[in-house]
Write a protein that binds this ligand. Sequence first.
Ligand code: MLT
Length: 304
Amino acid sequence: MYRIKTLNKISPAGLSVLDQNRFAVSGDVENEDGILVRSADMHDYVFPDALRAVARAGAGTNNIPIDRCSEAGIVVFNTPGANANAVKELAVCALLLASRKITQGVEWVKAQAAAGEDVEKVVEKGKSQFVGPELNGKVLGVIGLGAIGVQVANIATKLGMTVYGYDPFLSVDGALALSRMVHRAMDLETIYKNCDYITVHVPQTAETKGMLNEDAFHMMKGGVRILNLARGGLVNDDDMLAALDSGKVACYVTDFPNAKIMGGRNVVAIPHLGASTPESEENCAVMAAQQLRDYLENGNIVNS
Ligand code: MLT
């Protein structure tokens, strides 16, 4: 019997992959053979002797101490692509949130209603107070053209945007395949200098950490709108707050609120909902559980 510890709530569809006759799965098992985790921070986690694999039900692995796992011979799995559709849909929403002052308007209407204001007057005032630009005709920079970035680029073109794309790992074939949706494959500097909207879809690594910083903002157009549904650490928060205060950045939509950024001017902070759809939770949990099962039972390694 393999012992699997869950460090977060895992979709029942994922748990059903692990046959109860062969796997004991719970948040309480000890000396576990495998771990199923979503966003729990494992950096201080004490590995039990039996631990052989960690499966992350999600794409990012920066909550897992990869180096320590490697040293201890523990295999780490993740589920790239399994939640790409959910994140893509939230990115489209974020584009609109960055433009149309929807969250500000909704909060204001609630406050007006609580104060007993006349509805007609509320609508009249709100219409002129919460004006925001259309996406049609604007330029979007997509940094990272993986499973999510490509889909965001595709939809943005359908909304009438010109899309500039950047990905350091994009092959010539990949660029050709994308050429119908990404109007031009660019270097970062060209993206920073030319885009009205910038969305990041890269993992957080030593190279990408803090990439959206003062130097990057300096190159950007005044009033640029920035979306981050990838990882909070891609952005230098102090530099972002300064850029928001100066108006260089008109709006920052982030799926990674923290104490510093969430109160910032023109910040729309979402409580990490990118993958929070039943479909995506199920896809990720099933894929992670299958990886764990196949590795523990047969030594098969897929996507580690
Ligand atoms: C991811 O990395 O794919 C997400 O953080 C998944 C999640 O929200 O749990």
